[in-house]
Design a binder for this molecule. Structure first.
Ligand code: AMP
Length: 112
């Protein structure tokens, strides 16, 4: 998508600190980290959010979560939070599906 900041990161047009990439997924450090480890995991395919995903994206959604588990394992992270904000009202500011992988501090539950 032309004006999507995460599509530009995926294409390399915008620089980011990429920590993982495969055929389907890219993961990079969040610009404004909310935890000592804060990585965004995004599909290369532009999908607005979880609500916009369809049956044909089922495998891709699984690959994102497996990438999160691999990134955590490779970084010796045992405990982490994986969050996807869906929609502006839930805090989604970038309209390209992404999961926040956060670790390295205590997380409250219920989340605020
Ligand atoms: P959300 O609010 O759930 O849509 O999350 C969007 C996240 O993208 C925020 O945590 C931002 O800090 C992060 N972000 C925005 N622009 C960039 C960028 N160019 N590189 C890395 N992270 C970014």
């Amino acid at each position: 998508m032309n004006d999507c900041i995460f599509c530009k990161i995926i294409s390399g047009e915008i620089k980011s600190q990429i920590v993982y990439e495969d055929d389907f997924v890219v993961a990079f450090k969040d610009l404004n980290p909310q935890a000592p480890t804060h990585i965004l995991i995004v599909p290369k395919k532009h999908i607005e959010n979880i609500a916009a995903a369809s049956e044909e994206d089922a495998l891709l959604l699984g690959k994102i979560q497996l990438a999160a588990a691999k990134i955590a394992k490779d970084s010796n992270i045992k405990d982490f939070r994986l969050v996807a904000n869906n929609g502006k009202g839930a805090g989604q500011s970038v309209m390209h599906l992404h999961y926040h992988l956060m670790a390295g501090r205590r997380f409250l539950w219920p989340a605020g």
